[in-house]
Ligand binder design. Structure first.
Ligand code: GLA
Ligand code: ZN
Length: 693
């Protein structure tokens, strides 16, 4: 991945020496060395410092910082500084300022504050990237590029409106096509001129209904979401191309936010433009570990299994939550190995030295306000840094392999949640998480795939709430199942095309043949209301009854075998779970949102049928993931419990990479501790029993 050879997991993070007197920098180098830091991200928010006016550029501080880091053996991840424009730019060129969802023109302030369609912003950000590339192209410290920072702000200004019309012309060609796609005969919206089209916000199509942002024209809002994701991506591409124009083999990335599930940006589409995925992850103490695991697996899926970078995390407390708890002893290590276990090749923090003033002065950092190494956080971080150093390249670049996948699609997410009815309780991420949890809690490894991904390398594909079926996708699924694959989808699938127009003739539209069913009606349940799945027979561990809720679809079999019926209500006795044989494979339909136990047993059954086994059977809250490299498997066992657990790891001996001890048979793992056991390929245990102490 890197031009310069990297021979270990990168360890470091955001470093802002420009906020500190020069003498502190030398102390930083001493502390970095103690902590095993070998990468520093520089220049993330220094635009105003680097460019004091329109024609002056001054990189003296950056030259010095780059040189110093190099002398001290620290790689540089170079920011382009374009995520916060200078005040002079906003004063002189107000087009860089955004207009918000309420239609208010913003003044200079905050960060992530530039309109993505501002000609001024585009010109100066591109120029900045080019100047940096020219200046540092041969700098020995330069390892990779960090363009902008956590891209994502949406804008509703006139420049964006004009660009939206251009984007629409490209997409639809004619207004007739657009009027059809948007269904504009509804509520008298027929457009006769492109200039009649305005951006969808609270001044136009959106309203606040029951504290929810609701659009009255799904097609318009959906296209705006696509357009904004594309506009912002164009800004990234302009900077990237400016860099690559000068350094063709530069490694260029930008950091993804919200632990990887940031709704406004289609990260599968973005991933194609990045050389490596970079993630910012800030889980809080109350976030279930399966939620972080899900996002880490999603990041691995964005570039088809490639390892990625953890670009930002926090060694201890955050500052932007209502209450910011300290990370308890051992937690930073445990969570760092969690992201490594699922595909990350770096651990990086925001930030290396805690700032003195402004918004983030209470945000945790490697070096605290105390300014020395004698702190709990520094000691823990240094231990981790030195562990990673000792581990060398053992796990670097290792892959995660599985034959099971979950489909994730940003456009589907937008469309489901823009839809008015049948319920506001349906949240795409929640449903994805439920199916993911069914894999996670059994230590069955699963990949995330996008709609462009190749299905042929999988045996089991799960597509929760596949509401929007894109052109050709039904055929792709049919081929997958005909060739022997097992497919699972759910209620509220096959409903619309890419324009959010309903596929007529009965739900689930284009998936009807594959699933062998017809859905006539969709019932929405109140939040506490439940129905039941009554199994007609025992399949694997599936038997008896299970709860279900959110939506209940009333369906008829058109050839599918009925596996379970509803247990109550006027549709009691109608099918809720079906399985259709299609070619050499089978396609399951789950017509409501079932409780965890049902999904766990369903996933266990279908994966087991295909020989996809749990990595290890462990007590509750003991997470297992496996990375493979050079004929070896590294089994990460993470004990998230507050009590020790005993796990059976097989009778062969295995080396624990962390404490260097050799283990076999029943082993104890301390509370919040982690082990990385090396197995030969053939010897990995699958589903052996275990005991909790
Ligand atoms: C984000 C930003 C960083 C910093 C952290 C604080 O991830 O990218 O600049 O503000 O949040 O948690
Ligand atoms: Zn704008």
């Amino acid at each position: 991945m890197f031009k310069k050879k990297v021979s270990k997991m990168l360890y470091g993070g955001d470093y802002n020496p420009e906020q500190w007197p020069r003498e502190i920098w030398d102390e930083d180098m001493r502390l970095f060395d103690l902590a095993g830091v070998d990468i520093a991200t520089l220049n993330v928010f220094s635009w105003a410092l680097n460019q004091p006016d329109e024609s002056t550029y001054n990189f003296d501080w950056l030259d010095e910082a780059m040189d110093l880091l190099h002398e001290n053996g620290v790689h540089v991840c170079l920011g382009t500084s374009t995520a916060a424009h200078p005040a002079w730019m906003a004063t002189k060129y107000p087009d860089v300022l955004t207009v918000d969802f309420e239609g208010r023109k913003r003044k200079f302030g905050r960060r992530h504050n530039s309109c993505p369609n501002s000609p001024t912003y585009r010109k100066y950000s591109q120029t900045m990237a080019q100047k940096l590339a020219e200046r540092y192209k041969d700098h020995p410290a330069l390892l990779l590029w960090h363009v902008n920072n956590e891209y994502g702000v949406r804008c509703y200004c006139e420049n964006c409106e004009k660009s939206f019309r251009v984007w629409l012309k490209e997409r639809y060609g004619t207004l007739e096509e657009l009027n059809t796609a948007w269904y504009t005969r509804f509520w008298g919206h027929t457009f006769y001129e492109w200039d009649e089209i305005v951006l969808p916000n609270v001044l136009s199509e959106h309203l606040n209904l029951n504290n929810q942002d609701v659009t009255s024209f799904q097609g318009i809002s959906l296209d705006y979401a696509r357009f904004m994701s594309d506009s912002i991506l164009d800004c990234y591409k302009l900077e990237r191309d400016a860099i690559k124009g000068i350094i063709p083999d530069a490694v260029v990335t930008t950091n993804f936010q919200s632990n990887g599930t940031y709704k406004p940006l289609d990260y599968f589409k973005w991933a194609k433009e990045l050389d490596v995925i970079a993630l910012d992850s800030y889980p809080t103490n109350d976030m279930p570990m399966s939620h972080t695991a899900m996002r880490y697996d999603l990041m691995r899926g964005l570039k088809d299994g490639d390892p990625y970078l953890l670009m930002e995390s926090c060694p201890t407390q955050l500052n932007w939550k209502p209450q910011n708890a300290l990370k308890r002893p051992g937690i930073n290590k445990l969570w760092s190995y969690q992201v490594i276990s699922r595909g990350a090749d770096s651990i990086m923090y925001f930030q290396l030295r805690r700032s003195v003033g402004a918004f983030e002065k209470f945000h945790g950092a490697l070096i605290d306000h105390a300014g020395h190494e004698n702190t709990r956080v520094f000691r823990e971080c240094a231990q981790l840094g030195n562990e990673l150093k000792e581990m060398g390249d053992t796990i670097l670049g290792a892959t995660v392999e599985t034959k099971a996948a979950i489909l994730f699609d940003w456009e589907n997410w937008w469309a489901i949640e823009y839809s008015s009815g049948p319920t506001i309780e349906l949240k795409y991420l929640n449903e994805i998480q439920k199916y993911y949890d069914a894999f996670y809690h059994q230590n069955i490894q699963v990949d995330f795939i996008g709609v462009d991904s190749d299905l042929s390398k999988y045996d089991v594909v799960v597509a929760p709430v596949l509401y929007m079926v894109k052109e050709g996708y039904a055929k792709k699924l049919e081929d997958f199942v005909s060739n022997g694959g097992t497919f699972i989808t759910t209620y509220f699938s096959g409903i619309v095309n890419e324009s959010d127009l309903v596929t007529l003739g009965g739900y689930p539209g284009e998936l009807r043949k594959l699933l062998g069913i017809w859905v006539e009606e969709i019932d929405a349940l109140f939040p506490e209301q439940k129905n039941k799945i009554v199994m007609k027979e025992t399949i694997g561990e599936l038997s008896g009854t299970f709860e279900c809720g959110i939506l209940c679809e009333l369906l008829y079999s058109e050839g599918a075998e009925i596996i379970g019926d509803y247990g109550s209500g006027f549709y009691q006795g109608m099918p809720v779970i079906t399985r259709n044989t299609f070619g050499n494979g089978e396609a399951w339909y789950v017509a409501s949102s079932p409780e965890h136990d049902f999904l766990k047993k369903l996933i266990s059954h279908v994966t087991n049928q295909k020989g996809i086994k749990p990595l290890l059977k462990t007590p509750e809250n003991v997470e297992v993931s496996c990375r493979k490299k050079d004929g070896k498997q590294f089994l990460f066992i993470l004990n998230h419990n507050d009590v020790p657990v005993t796990i059976y790891v097989g009778n062969e001996t295995h080396q624990d990479l962390l404490n260097k001890k050799t283990v076999s048979g029943e082993i104890e793992i301390s509370p919040k501790d982690v082990m990385i056991l090396e197995y030969q390929f053939a010897k990995l245990l699958t589903g052996e029993p275990t005991r909790v102490v």
